[in-house]
Ligand binder design. Structure first.
Ligand SMILES: CC(C)(COP(=O)(O)OP(=O)(O)OC[C@H]1O[C@@H](n2cnc3c(N)ncnc32)[C@H](O)[C@@H]1OP(=O)(O)O)[C@@H](O)C(=O)NCCC(=O)NCCSC(=O)CCS(=O)O
Ligand SMILES: Cc1cc2nc3c(=O)[nH]c(=O)nc-3n(C[C@H](O)[C@H](O)[C@H](O)COP(=O)(O)OP(=O)(O)OC[C@H]3O[C@@H](n4cnc5c(N)ncnc54)[C@H](O)[C@@H]3O)c2cc1C
Length: 404
């Protein structure tokens, strides 16, 4: 895919930043497990926070493809920095820009442009892949909603200010209306509490946490009404989430691009048997496979970022987003692992970046919809069938037989 001269310039600017502070700080961020506020300032200064926000709200009205170009460059050096760019341009903020009222857009834009990376709160302890089985409820009381429930593995818990919370909606008689999005700002909303920081394998400077909602009151101005109403609210909200799936796939691809660069450099510099190890065909073919997988991932992600779903969707096509994320996340795990192999024992050392990259890249077949669940979405499209996963399987059927 041809990039315009403006896009090439944007990529160049992102690369220059990525090679500076994020590259210098990546290992420290990993070791300290502290959110990198200095990197946020640098991203803000380059206007990479809130790029997709329309101009009338102070943003640049940039496309998801533009965002992907910046994410890839950041991820080459520092995965946490790249994930900040994802969430400051896709996910929750793009949902508010598409579905929010004028006042909600202004509020969200002001927060992100000031350096906030919003949090998207979908997953619960008993509702991961089965996200529509969530239990968090929003009960209508007069003109307000009262939220009670728990989410976990929320990226940015404790540092994000703006939260987009998915919850089941009930009217005053306790009748279920569907699913809604509810906005809450940490520091202003009483009843929003972080109860635990998750212990994580990688991406250590980005807190993942458990959030508890205890009678969290949402005023009418903070209710994000999905365009088709609460009844089809889940479908609208998860449709908006397709943007972040492309973003997550791009972080994985960017890590792989960075790892391959390190591997190529090392293959030329390291000598064994009196010559650079890059002269051995065993490694040459590995490098060729790594590059091939990387190119395919990049093309799929660019295509998904440029696509639009059915109807007047302003979000990437669900099946293209899913395919790109499946392919890029699985390829990236392999590419990074092979890059680590090229480094020999040094690849396994904490003094070199490959070990950190191998831990960081692992999440992307899990977060944002697992590679298995996304395959079901793709299969549904291929077959032209709905493929409901909530049905009596072997375990439940057997329990029924045993009971009867
Ligand atoms: C969607 C699922 C939760 C499965 O749900 P169900 O089996 O209960 O329902 P479905 O019938 O499949 O879907 C309901 C409804 O939504 C529409 N839908 C589903 N997926 C999409 C999509 N991607 N884009 C657009 N529309 C979608 C579907 O067509 C149905 O509509 P109709 O009723 O037919 O009109 C499950 O498949 C799923 O996606 N699970 C993963 C949950 C997930 O991705 N969580 C992410 C949490 S945030 C995160 O992890 C951040 C990490 S990051 O890296 O930043
Ligand atoms: C680093 C990280 C960041 C995250 N950030 C966020 C965030 O910001 N906000 C948020 O809401 N969530 C977030 N998540 C949660 C993430 O979305 C969930 O972990 C993911 O959706 C899977 O849910 P689960 O972990 O409960 O796994 P489960 O759903 O319990 O799945 C366990 C295993 O079963 C498989 N499986 C489940 N159902 C099926 C099926 N129908 N067919 C085939 N296989 C199936 C899965 O693929 C997986 O291998 C994050 C997760 C991680 C790791």
């Amino acid at each position: 895919m041809e990039l315009s001269s403006q896009q090439l310039a944007l990529k160049e600017r992102a690369r220059a930043l990525s090679n500076g502070l994020p590259r210098k700080r990546a290992a420290e961020i990993d070791q300290s497990r502290e959110y990198p506020w200095d990197v946020v300032e640098a991203l803000k200064a380059e206007r990479f926070m809130g790029m997709t926000i329309p101009k009338e709200y102070g943003g640049q009205g940039r496309s998801f493809l533009d965002t992907v170009l910046v994410i890839e460059e950041m991820a080459r050096s520092c995965t946490v920095s790249a994930r900040i760019v994802v969430e400051a341009n896709m996910g929750a903020i793009s949902t508010v820009m598409a579905y929010g009222t004028d006042a909600q857009r202004k509020r969200a834009a002001d927060l992100v442009l000031a350096g906030d990376k919003p949090a998207i709160c979908i997953t619960e302890p008993d509702a991961g892949s089965d996200a529509s089985g969530m239990k968090t409820r929003a009960d209508k009381r007069g003109n307000r909603y009262v939220l009670n429930g728990k989410k976990h593995w929320i990226t940015g818990a404790g540092v994000s200010r703006l939260h987009l919370i998915f919850a089941r909606v009930f009217d005053e008689r306790g009748e279920e209306l569907g699913t809604g999005g509810f906005l809450a700002v940490r520091g202003e909303a009483e009843g929003l509490r972080m109860s635990k920081r998750e212990t994580t394998m990688g991406l250590c400077g980005m807190p993942e946490g458990e959030l508890v909602f205890e009678d969290l009151e949402i005023t009418p101005d903070m209710v994000l009404l999905p365009p088709s109403g609460f009844k089809r609210g889940f479908a609208d909200l998860i449709n908006a989430y397709n943007s972040q799936r492309v973003g997550a796939g791009t972080v994985a691809m960017g890590i792989a691009a960075g790892a391959l660069e390190h591997a190529v450099e090392w293959a030329k510099a390291r000598e064994q048997f009196g010559r650079p190890i890059g002269e051995f065909q065993g490694l040459q073919w590995m490098l060729a496979d790594m590059q091939t997988q990387l190119t395919a991932s990049r093309l799929m992600l660019y295509a998904a970022a440029s696509s639009r779903g059915p109807g007047d969707s302003s979000f990437p096509d669900p099946a293209l987003a899913a395919q790109a994320k499946i392919f890029a996340s699985e390829a990236a795990i392999k590419i990074v692992n092979d890059a680590l192999q090229v480094f020999g024992a040094r690849g396994y050392s904490r003094d070199f970046p490959l070990e950190r990259m191998a831990r960081d890249v692992r999440m992307f077949t899990i977060g944002g919809g697992t590679a298995q669940v996304l395959r079901t979405l793709v299969a549904s499209k291929v077959l032209g069938w709905k493929l409901p996963q909530t049905r009596d399987g072997y375990v439940m059927s057997k329990a029924k037989v045993d009971r009867d």
